[in-house]
Design a protein. Sequence first.
Length: 263
Amino acid sequence: MKILIANDDGIAANGIRALTEALACDHEVYVIAPDRERSAAGHSLTLHTPLRVEELAPFMGAKRAWVTTGTPGDCVKIGINAILGADEQPDAVISGINHGPNLGADILYSGTVSCAMEGAMMGVPSIAVSLASMRSEYEDFRFTGKFINSLLKKMHEFTFPPKGILNINTPALSAEDIAGVAITELGRRMFTDTYEKRTDPRGKVYYWMAGELISEPTDANTDIAAVRNNMISVTPVTFEMTKRSFMADLENVLCKDDECQWY
């Protein structure tokens, strides 16, 4: 299988290095990553400045690897459209391994998830994977890399929806301490929106985002609850944002009796 790996933590992050090493054993791997950390970049693209791309020397067993000045979304978009040759086009896009969780509604801000979404938007089966821990040593990511390699062997039995990805979060535990795999829905928010008002040494006011963890029932079928229960969370996520179930009600309010020119 040909796999394009990207991330939002940058080319030097241990997560992308461990993932590349784990997958390169069994697959033809290509890597395109930002030149610096671009966490919480969301699904932004570079429109008004040139994108610089540099090919790297051998990288963790990958067939080829590049670093770019662009965003996480840029990495996948430019990779498929401009960098990879016709015989290098990916069978799958995998984003990660992110340093820290991407759970609940917070995935809307995630550069890791946006990489996978970009792949899905281009018709390529895509997975976002994160380690639900702030530990960032290389060894911390090894199990997650091995898990994704094992997962790919099972994905031959699964047809990816045309407008969806899998969002995966693994607990920061050894294999024997993980309680299994849970197929989940997205939870709520991971953190409250709290800002601390502070004053710098020059007397200027600034704000620091300091949200607290939101509690969630441990028996909920959500990604947040699964990780807290020491399980690997696998969540199918779609970028199909149209709420079709509301369309008839909205039509009845705004265009009742075919009177749609009321403005």
